[in-house]
Design a protein around this ligand. Structure first.
Ligand code: NAP
Length: 307
């Protein structure tokens, strides 16, 4: 069948686009390679999504989104997208479970954790190195862990890990955190979190599992080793845009859009963390998803009208 809109990615942006598309009467399909929910499934707690005065768990919020999408009858196609042919009037999404055709496509593929690229990182991934505190924190109950990064993710996850680990060492390469002040204040006040600022990771060391991290103080240039059982690498994200070869991307690989969230290809829109934007939050992802769906709806109406 020819869908009005194919939405790729089932995080907050994609699920909101699906919801708005269905409510606009579009024949929509949502393509997701894993579980619905995106990066938020790896987030313990969200304090800044409006409507939940006490905050809400990431998984609970995403399950609610999924139930709402289901209520409006959007079909979810669970498959891995392997190739996109977006330039023609009919857009083709080739997956490992068949091909989908649509009049429009909304890209909501989000982003994934960035790697550091230091020795030991790949070798010890799954053996002490992790990119997700909520997924792997329980393996470090009563143990000493290092958190690398100075953004919102590192600050939030350091606090989360402090509830599980015996000690959390938060290591940041600058002397000031990039993340929100309220989150930085929380970690500074937490007795179980030790801060090491102006310090750069050089290598992750161990035998079968992580046993220590090699560091360098960037003020004195002195190198030293800290013993630890786990290293959480939380140094930002990179866009999932490898397949978007027909779209105009910025130098970091984020999709460039206009204010209707249209890409450079007519009928192709982008929303959420995968597009170039100043603030990546659940609240901005859902706003994006709504705009992208309405833009797709206008495109379908206008092009159908011309046909
Ligand atoms: P981020 O804001 O890009 O921060 C990445 C951090 O990692 C920065 O402090 C950066 O240092 C450091 N870093 C980067 N490369 C490094 C390297 N090679 N070695 C050592 N340190 C390195 O990423 P994020 O914290 O994952 O957040 C991503 C987006 O999600 C942001 O827009 C954030 O606001 C949002 N977010 C929001 C919430 C919330 O509102 N509750 C929670 C999580 C994430 P520098 O500071 O020196 O660059």
């Amino acid at each position: 069948m020819l869908y009005d809109v194919i939405i790729i990615g089932g995080g907050p942006a994609g699920m909101t686009a699906a919801l708005y598309a269905a409510r606009s009467g579009l024949q929509a399909v949502l393509v997701e390679r894993g579980a619905l929910g995106g990066q938020l499934m790896k987030t313990d707690w969200i304090d800044n999504y409006p409507g939940f005065p006490e905050g809400i768990g990431g998984m609970e919020l995403m399950n609610n989104f999924a139930l709402q999408v289901e209520r409006f009858g959007v079909n979810t196609h669970y498959a891995n997208v392997e190739k996109l042919e977006l330039s023609g009037d009919i857009k083709r999404v080739l997956t490992d479970d068949g091909e989908l055709e649509g009049k429009t496509v909304i890209i909501a593929t989000g982003s994934e954790p960035k790697q550091l690229g230091i020795p030991g990182e790949i070798e010890f991934t799954g053996a002490g190195v992790s990119y997700c505190a909520v997924c792997d924190g329980m393996f470090f109950r009563g143990k000493k862990v290092v958190v690398l990064g100075g953004g919102d993710t590192a600050l939030e996850e350091a606090e989360y890990l402090a509830k599980i680990a015996s000690e959390v060492m938060l290591i940041h390469r600058r002397d000031a955190f990039r993340g929100a002040k309220i989150l930085a204040d929380n970690v500074k006040q937490n007795d179980k979190i030790k801060l090491l600022l102006s310090t750069k990771p050089l290598a992750i060391e161990g035998d079968k599992k992580v046993t220590s991290i090699r560091l360098q103080n960037l003020i004195t240039n002195i190198e030293f080793t800290e013993a630890c059982d786990g290293v959480f690498v939380l140094v930002g994200t990179k866009p999932n845009s490898e397949l978007l070869i027909e779209l105009t991307l910025d130098a970091q690989g984020y999709v460039l859009t206009d204010e209707e969230l249209a890409s450079n290809i007519p009928g192709v829109f982008a929303c959420g963390d995968v597009r170039k934007k100043p603030l990546r939050q659940v609240s901005t992802a859902v706003g994006d998803g709504a705009i992208a769906a309405m833009s797709a709806s206008h495109y379908v109406t206008n092009t159908d009208g011309r046909a």
